[in-house]
Ligand binder design. Sequence first.
Ligand code: PKZ
Length: 227
Amino acid sequence: MWRSCGAGARAAVAHGLGRAPPTALCSVSPQDLAVPNTGWSAAMCEQFQRLLRRAADGSWRRIPSYRRGLDYLPEVVQMAVGVVTRPGPRLFLRSVDEEGAGFEYAIFLHASGHRTQCLCQLGPYLEGHHGFAHGGAIATLIDSTVGTCALAVAKASVMTAKLSISYLAPVPVGAVVVADSRMERHEGRKIFLSCHVRDTKRDTLYAEATALFIQVEDTKPPPAASL
Ligand SMILES: CCCCCCCCCCCCCCCC(=O)SCCNC(=O)CCNC(=O)[C@H](O)C(C)(C)COP(=O)(O)OP(=O)(O)OC[C@H]1O[C@@H](n2cnc3c(N)ncnc32)[C@H](O)[C@@H]1OP(=O)(O)O
């Protein structure tokens, strides 16, 4: 269905701009999924390359992404959030194995550590109304983008306390969008953020959001969650 990216795009990421090796403390060797695969559309590949080129001067960096969160954080952050002895939680956005069917995305972190941009292609399993992405999928995309920003700000575990979204235009299934998030202010354990979701040409504002994240101690899974 989707036009796939060439091997060149994958090689450019692997050899050029920061495929991070798993940290020594990881108990698994995760595969970085924030790189082109056969499910990425031509538009997704093109935008990804554009963002990689922008990152070449060090102003942004691509954040590797795995099926489980936190496996790949720098050791100091891993120790701060206490996940060195067990793998991180499974990431909801990476729960669909079929390439191109769910969320295909790569998050870029600004050098300031106060801004993230998520390039995302919303696959057919995320459909709500016919031909359009489910609002919950948009919320998930926003939550993850602002959550990553909050995590970078706090350098510790964070949880969403509040997320307010205005849905302004429906997002077609298969569309490539950019969620652009920034920290607005940081007060003690509270991190306030904003986010805008647009098409890649910035013609359409699909959604805008504000969020509050709270810095927390490492979250312990409840007994029932040991699946
Ligand atoms: C380096 C980069 C690597 C990147 C690598 C990325 C990979 C990784 C991606 C991560 C992306 C994750 C994105 C998904 C994140 C979830 O999906 S989290 C799941 C959804 N959220 C929840 O389940 C949270 C449920 N709620 C709670 O557990 C608790 O209410 C909270 C939020 C932890 C807060 O509880 P608490 O710690 O006891 O805090 P509490 O003392 O009540 O309040 C602290 C302050 O916050 C205020 N506050 C608390 N809640 C609220 C509220 N709802 N509204 C307004 N104010 C509030 C309080 O009024 C208080 O204010 P002050 O009095 O200090 O001024």
